[in-house]
Design a protein around this ligand. Structure first.
Ligand code: CO
Length: 212
């Protein structure tokens, strides 16, 4: 018996649904991709990138890791970014965090989770830099705020990569956005930290993120 049979059945059903709605869809997609967007999101199973923005296969280039971090030594992320910007010529990079992020909450706690502590260390640094503000909030708001600050920091990290800087230098249109997803209602919120030119670089640190 085939393992995970139900997933193959789901897949066949999905193919049929897509082909019924859009005959020849996969044949056309096989010719190539030209997505306009690169999505950098959390690995959390509750945030399926394409679904939450209503995009079909071929429309969204995706990179996901724990807590949607942009780390300058992460070859996997840099390769995705370079390919998306220079080869696919995406016009928008969306960094999307989410409230209730296990990575962010793990970083807030003192307890060790194993190897992942090394990855979450980057979020601890953000906490440390904003300690005064965060410690003035109750636990729920503190967690929400750190999820938002994490996205803003990752937008800053991304626009400081040579890949993004070089794209702007070449005159390429490229905007970097910071969004947050609420797993409680399925809605996206724009954190208003869009950066689309090198002159705006310092703005990312001045943005005021409000908690409604
Ligand atoms: Co998460």
């Amino acid at each position: 018996m085939k393992l995970l049979q139900h997933l193959f059945e789901n897949n066949h059903r999905w193919v049929e649904e897509v082909e019924t709605e859009n005959p020849g869809f996969f044949q056309r997609l096989a010719q190539g991709q030209s997505p306009e967007y690169l999505w950098i999101g959390c690995s959390d199973s509750r945030i399926p990138a394409n679904e939450v923005v209503g995009l079909m296969p071929g429309e969204l280039f995706v990179h996901r890791n724990v807590a949607n971090l942009v780390i300058h030594t992460d070859m996997s992320l840099l390769s995705v970014l370079q390919y998306a910007v220079e080869v696919l010529q995406v016009k928008h990079v969306i960094i999307c965090g989410h409230y209730g992020c296990g990575g962010v909450m793990g970083a807030m706690k003192g307890e060790s989770l194993g190897l992942i502590d090394n990855w979450l260390r980057f979020i601890k640094d953000i906490y440390h830099r904003n300690e005064e503000l965060l410690d003035s909030l109750d636990e729920q708001h503190k967690a929400d705020r750190l999820c938002e600050l994490n996205v803003i920091q990752q937008v800053a990290n991304l626009v400081h990569t040579t890949i993004v800087q070089d794209a702007w230098q070449r005159g390429q249109n490229l905007a970097v956005h910071g969004w947050i997803y609420d797993i409680k209602d399925g809605k996206l919120r724009d954190l208003n930290v869009c950066i689309s030119a090198p002159e705006q670089l310092n703005e990312v640190y001045r943005m005021d993120v409000r908690i409604d």
